[in-house]
Design a protein around this ligand. Structure first.
Ligand SMILES: CCCCCCCC/C=C\CCCCCCCC(=O)SCCNC(=O)CCNC(=O)[C@H](O)C(C)(C)COP(=O)(O)OP(=O)(O)OC[C@H]1O[C@@H](n2cnc3c(N)ncnc32)[C@H](O)[C@@H]1OP(=O)(O)O
Ligand SMILES: Cc1cc2nc3c(=O)[nH]c(=O)nc-3n(C[C@H](O)[C@H](O)[C@H](O)COP(=O)(O)OP(=O)(O)OC[C@H]3O[C@@H](n4cnc5c(N)ncnc54)[C@H](O)[C@@H]3O)c2cc1C
Length: 664
């Protein structure tokens, strides 16, 4: 039974249908009902309880994760959950584990890069978890530079096998999740060598441990790489180190959808482009964008609820102090993050659609859209994870001192989230990929090749180089066409300026390296345009529910106008808008903050997070923060005894000594 709702007065102010917004957030009624059911299932099961996780030592923490993963699997089987339901269940267990890599990368790698035969053999084993897989690409010496990997896979025609070998220390596999202590198999990326010739990096299915006693296969050295940032957090994961001493695997364990190696050791290319070897990364980058909105929404939910509970200053007559959410400074920091959570949700939805579309086209041998899919997934992964990591830290500051307590949930969320800026592609390296794509697109404009998809606006580059923003009042900034044109013009002008600078170099690669910091800025501008335009597209849809569209409009303009304010240098220096228009945008932004304010709590309620999932005293649904925070403090093991351990050894003698000194 629920107790008093300390946020009821806030919820009473709501001007829209929260239940309808929950469905918009979830993506569909089906997704809402399913995720809601799974969230409650996990929250009500004591075996999935998260309390005290941050206080566990590594070994206990890890064993606890294994227990939860096994319990989750048991429930999945008992309840006959579908793959979709099982995915949600694992998500709400909210603890990184080997299962993320098994389902999130090992299985997709076999699906994407394996032949039909290989899929038939390996997928049923993986689906039943009779084998557990990880994704072993990164090495001690190379992560970003995939072509620089050193592990070798040399074909031995005599035995019809590949010999997998780690020739150097730096070729040790290093980082793969689930590898250190759990996985029985891995997709190992290695340089293919046949008949003394190199054929680039490919994926191989390699057994690592015995299926009977879990001992490493002879010739394999394997272990965990050690503690990572933060308490609890990503330390539930056994990121691993792995070396091979001439390990032999059958030829048919090379993933051969892109390139086949024949019995004689000849390489036969299929019609699939080489880049498909990177396909699993494209898939995961796309899921990471959706995950960014989830993580950001969690932090924002905590900071928003707490900002409505917390009061400071403003009481001259002995009445209530001001809720900190009513300070314009708090709003100007918090509401853009709330808007970003929604923005990333919708761009994530669109990216999922794009990915599905690309997958279907690839099956029909249409590879034309692959470069754009790569640029979009890489760019949006980079943009959304950077923004989310920064936002979680900002939410901690928005919660003042209490935000620094682990009980706020924010330190662990931050620690678990920040590696997203690095894994699945360092965020700067990925923006450089976007920059290459953009520069290529601009260089082809003269040849009559019409850009399509997210770069279609570059086809109107002449107009965009000349257009003048016609905003005259603050309300003019609420026109989709005005906002879109400003973002398109900024991005187009930045791209063209960078391309012109590049053309001054004799060697384009030298130019690219020299101008890389500027190029990254153009990539950011382009990716922000994508997010803004997908949010605007969303507003054009027929969205049911009283007042829902209105709230989404406000959020969309907060997202866009806050970016305009933050990146004013770009907009002004490229001449897209005037200082006067920038000032009007700011006026509009302030007014939007006031409009969002009464709906803020309902807008975070629409995320439909359980208290279990949020794991935050400050973010509790009922807002009953202080008594619970007080209660929580007493649970700390330091408070088990009134006089601490160590008093007699260290404190007491010191006090006595001071006493003696004082007497002297
Ligand atoms: C229901 C299920 C529930 C499951 C729930 C869980 C879900 C799981 C989700 C979340 C859990 C996450 C847990 C953590 C996981 C972490 C895992 C890892 O970290 S795995 C390691 C990642 N490693 C990187 O990302 C390396 C980064 N490096 C690269 O990607 C490349 O090497 C790159 C982009 C830097 C390229 O390097 P170059 O310059 O040497 O490129 P060249 O290999 O020669 O290829 C160049 C050509 O290929 C294109 N290209 C590059 N990458 C592409 C791609 N991915 N797709 C298509 N084209 C690509 C380029 O555009 C270029 O094209 P042109 O020649 O210009 O036309
Ligand atoms: C928590 C976590 C989980 C992981 N899980 C897995 C996994 O399951 N499987 C797996 O295979 N890998 C995994 N990784 C590895 C991860 O994919 C790599 O760490 C990542 O791709 C970055 O590569 P790197 O470490 O080599 O960084 P580096 O490339 O060494 O980056 C170091 C710095 O150099 C800069 N830099 C690098 N190249 C360039 C360039 N060309 N131009 C400009 N700047 C550049 C980067 O921006 C960065 O600032 C994981 C990593 C982490 C942190």
């Amino acid at each position: 039974m629920k107790g008093v709702d300390h946020l009821a007065h806030e919820r009473n102010k709501t001007e829209f249908d929260v239940d309808a917004m929950k469905i918009v957030w979830a993506g569909s009624r089906h997704a809402f009902e399913l995720s809601d059911r799974m969230a409650r299932l996990v929250a009500s099961d004591p075996a999935f309880q998260k309390d005290g996780r941050i206080r566990l030592g590594r070994k206990e923490l890890f064993k606890n994760t294994l227990r939860k993963a096994a319990h989750a699997w048991k429930r999945i089987l008992e309840l006959h959950l579908t793959e979709e339901e099982a995915g949600w269940l694992r998500n709400f267990v909210d603890e990184p584990s080997f299962t993320d890599l098994h389902w999130g990368m090992f299985v997709p790698a076999i699906k994407g890069q394996g032949t039909d035969e290989q899929q038939q053999k390996w997928l049923p084993l993986a689906y039943k978890m009779q084998i557990i897989g990880s994704y072993a690409q990164t090495e001690l010496g190379h992560g970003s530079n995939v072509q620089g990997l050193e592990t070798t896979a040399t074909f031995d025609p005599e035995t019809d096998e590949f010999v997998i070998h780690s020739p150097t220390l730096t070729s040790s596999k290093w980082w793969p999740g689930g590898l250190g202590k759990v996985s029985t198999h891995a997709i190992v990326y290695a340089r293919l060598i046949t008949n003394g010739q190199e054929h680039g990096v490919h994926g191989f299915i390699v057994q690592l441990r015995s299926l009977d006693d879990h001992m490493p296969i002879p010739g394999i050295t394997i272990g965990d790489i050690g503690m990572k940032f933060g308490n609890g957090a990503y330390n539930t994961m056994d990121n691993g180190v792995l070396t091979f001493d001439h390990i032999r695997i059958p030829r048919n364990q090379m993933l051969m959808r892109v390139l086949q190696v024949t019995r004689e050791g000849k390489c036969v290319k299929s019609n699939v482009p080489r880049q498909l070897i990177y396909g699993t990364m494209v898939f995961v980058r796309q899921t990471i964008v959706a995950d960014a909105s989830t993580a950001l929404a969690r932090a924002v939910c905590i900071a928003t609820r707490y900002s409505a509970v917390r009061r400071q200053f403003g009481s001259q007559d002995g009445g209530m102090e001001t809720q900190v959410i009513d300070y314009k400074t708090q709003q100007s920091r918090l509401f853009p993050l709330l808007a970003s959570a929604y923005a990333f949700r919708f761009v994530g939805e669109w990216l999922k659609w794009l990915y599905t579309d690309v997958t279907q086209r690839l099956q029909a041998n249409d590879f034309s859209i692959l470069p754009e899919a790569h640029a979009c997934t890489a760019g949006l992964k980079s943009l959304t994870t950077t923004a989310t990591a920064d936002a979680i830290e900002e939410c901690r500051k928005l919660c003042g001192g209490h935000g620094y307590l682990c009980a706020s949930g924010l330190p662990e969320l931050f620690a678990v989230y920040v590696p997203a800026c690095t894994y699945e592609g360092d965020n700067v390296v990925l923006l450089l990929q976007v920059a290459r794509f953009l520069m290529k697109t601009v260089s082809q404009l003269g040849s009559g090749k019409k850009p399509v998809g997210t770069t279609a606006y570059l086809g109107r580059v002449q107009d965009l180089l000349q257009c003048c923003c016609d905003v005259q009042t603050a309300e003019d900034w609420l026109k989709p066409s005005v906002v879109l044109e400003a973002f398109e013009a900024r991005s187009a002008r930045m791209c063209v300026a960078r391309a012109q600078n590049l053309s001054k170099f004799e060697n384009p690669e030298d130019g690219f390296a020299e101008l890389s910091a500027d190029l990254v800025e153009a990539s950011v501008a382009h990716c922000q345009l994508i997010v803004v335009s997908k949010f605007i597209d969303k507003l054009q849809q027929d969205i049911p529910g009283k007042g829902v569209n209105r709230q989404l409009q406000n959020l969309c303009y907060i997202y866009a106008l806050n970016l305009l304010h933050k990146y004013l240098g770009d907009f002004l220096s490229t001449g897209c808008i005037t200082p006067k228009q920038a000032s009007l945008a700011n006026d509009q932004l302030r007014s939007l903050y006031s409009q969002i304010r009464p709906n803020a709590i309902a807008l975070v309620d629409a995320f439909n997070y359980t208290d279990h999932y949020l794991g935050s005293v400050l973010g509790r649904y009922d807002g009953n923060v202080y008594p619970k925070l007080y209660e929580e403090a007493w649970k700390d093991p330091l408070n088990d005894s009134v006089v601490p351990d160590g008093y007699h050894e260290y404190i007491h003698p010191m006090l006595k000594q001071q006493l003696r000194n004082a007497r002297l």
